[in-house]
Design a protein around this ligand. Structure first.
Ligand SMILES: [Fe+2]
Ligand SMILES: [Fe+2]
Ligand SMILES: [Fe+2]
Length: 497
């Protein structure tokens, strides 16, 4: 019998609730085996911890913070020009949403209906996150998130782990441990990002505002509400006029020709006259171009606050996958020694067109339409086979996982988009219809001097040939199909997702 069981043993129970025998540490386990499945010592287990209600209250506050942080990252992703930050926001939003999901499941197990997970736990916490979302610029946002809000949340979760009972509330301690692992990594990234941007933004410009955020946390009694709370949250500053959602994508200097639609990647990939290993260059371009899917999906999520949590969890996961695919393209070029910002013109015409011209539902319809198309024989399987046959092991691996992820995305589309339609065919037709509505102003962009639609393929191919120590093949070098010739069938451009 384990020491911790003594107070609850039959003998103790049968004496009609009489006083417990004095706690003892002298009950050895059999053969000296570690007690309590290794969770903690008997002494620790005999000390009381948080009640169910107390633990739930902290979970709800942690849940609120995680969801609002995800919102802050997603709301800023599209208009954030810096590629690395777009990618980090994608990951951190996904992690926060996953851990929010774990908390939701745990709260549902804890005998506290109604769950109240959509309620604001304290007005000062709402103000804290409203202010953060409305941070006036990127350095201020990074400092608010990674120097104030996330560290405070992590502290709160650490304390929650310490304060709650190791045995009685083990499921909560477990989920907190996993959350902390990933949130600490996110915080580490954020600290490094703040340092990188520190030179651009003198810290003093936002110090005062960061103090306001800290005062919000104090007014809320701390993130976990264990301190003294106050109705006097500091007055709003940046959130007095909340920052509007900027839906037009922005890119940094490594995307110097974002309207360029001068190289028809799909046409090249589908031409049996070109070599597989040359097609890998075009596939890496297509992967990198997937950067526009997070830019588009983030705005769907922000404009769908009333959708169920499962919608947000699955779509944020998909958003992160698309960001990963873009980074696989980046890494692919890097592996070949190609300076991609110089040779590859990654456009934003897809996310820009959809974000500026379609509603959230219409954008989701287009995404669904495209992703169902990727499931055909000429879609993701074709790209994986191409990677396999190219001899480029990295391309094969990346396409293998890209394919797997896209199958998941097709399922997510079926789960969350098609439910409003009578049949899958209706859902696909509507997506096609919405896609047809998007105007791609090929000529106008050219007329306005936004792009020359320069054919950048020959330079990329020449560079790849130079690195291989080979003479370029004249026919491959001569590829010059643009998206202009196929603009009547805009669907041909669609394989971004
Ligand atoms: Fe992909
Ligand atoms: Fe996808
Ligand atoms: Fe994709």
């Amino acid at each position: 019998m384990l020491a911790k069981d003594q107070p609850h043993s039959g003998a103790a129970a049968s004496n009609g609730g009489a006083a417990r025998p004095p706690a003892s540490i002298d009950f050895p386990t059999l053969d000296g085996l570690p007690p309590l499945a290794g969770l903690c010592t008997p002494e620790q287990a005999m000390a009381p911890g948080l009640t169910v209600a107390e633990s739930v209250q902290r979970l709800k506050r942690e849940h609120y913070l995680l969801r609002r942080l995800a919102e802050c990252w997603l709301a800023r992703l599209t208009a954030e020009p810096v590629y690395e930050l777009k990618m980090a926001y994608s990951l951190h939003a996904h992690l926060a949403t996953e851990h929010a999901g774990a908390i939701r499941s745990r709260v549902a197990e804890m005998r506290t209906p109604p769950l109240g997970l959509e309620e604001v736990p304290h007005p000062a916490l709402e103000r804290l996150l409203d202010e953060t979302r409305s941070a006036p610029d990127t350095p201020a946002l990074l400092r608010a998130v990674y120097q104030v809000v996330l560290p405070a949340l992590i502290d709160c979760m650490r304390r929650h782990r310490e304060d709650t009972h190791a045995l009685a509330d083990q499921p909560t301690r477990r989920l907190l441990r996993f959350a902390l692992l990933e949130l600490e990594e996110a915080l580490d990234y954020g600290h490094r990002a703040v340092e990188c941007l520190a030179a651009a933004e003198p810290a003093a410009a936002t110090d005062d505002w960061l103090q306001l955020l800290r005062d919000c946390i104090t007014a809320a009694g701390g993130i976990d509400g264990t301190g003294e709370t106050s109705d006097l949250a500091p007055p709003r500053r940046h959130s007095r006029q909340p920052l509007a959602l900027e839906k037009s994508p922005r890119r940094d200097d490594r995307f110097p020709d974002p309207y360029n639609m001068g190289v028809h990647a799909e046409q090249f990939l589908n031409d049996p006259g070109f070599a597989e290993r040359d097609k890998v260059l075009m596939m890496y371009y297509k992967r990198l171009r997937e950067i526009d899917v997070p830019e588009m999906m983030a705005t769907i999520l922000i404009e769908s606050p009333d959708k169920p949590f499962g919608f947000h969890r699955d779509m944020t996961r998909q958003l992160w996958d698309e960001a990963r695919h873009a980074m696989m393209g980046e890494v692919g070029f890097r592996s070949l020694g190609i300076d991609w910002p110089r040779f590859v013109m990654v456009n934003f015409t897809w996310s820009k067109g959809l974000n500026e011209q379609l509603t959230a539902r219409e954008r989701h319809a287009v995404l669904y339409f495209i992703e169902q198309g990727l499931m055909t024989r000429t879609g993701k399987r074709f790209e994986w086979e191409l990677g396999r046959d190219s001899g480029d092991r990295l391309a094969e691996l990346f396409q293998d996982f890209d394919w797997a992820d896209e199958v998941l995305h097709a399922r997510i589309g079926r789960d969350w988009y098609t439910s409003g339609f009578e049949s899958q065919k209706d859902a696909i037709d509507y997506g096609s219809e919405c896609w047809d509505k998007v105007l791609i102003n090929w000529d106008q962009w050219k007329a306005e001097g936004l792009t020359e639609h320069r054919n950048w393929w020959p330079d990329l191919y020449r560079e790849a040939s130079r690195l291989r120590g080979e003479t370029p093949d004249p026919k491959t070098l001569a590829f010059s199909t643009t998206y202009e010739q196929t603009r009547a069938d805009l669907k041909a451009i669609a394989a971004n997702a």
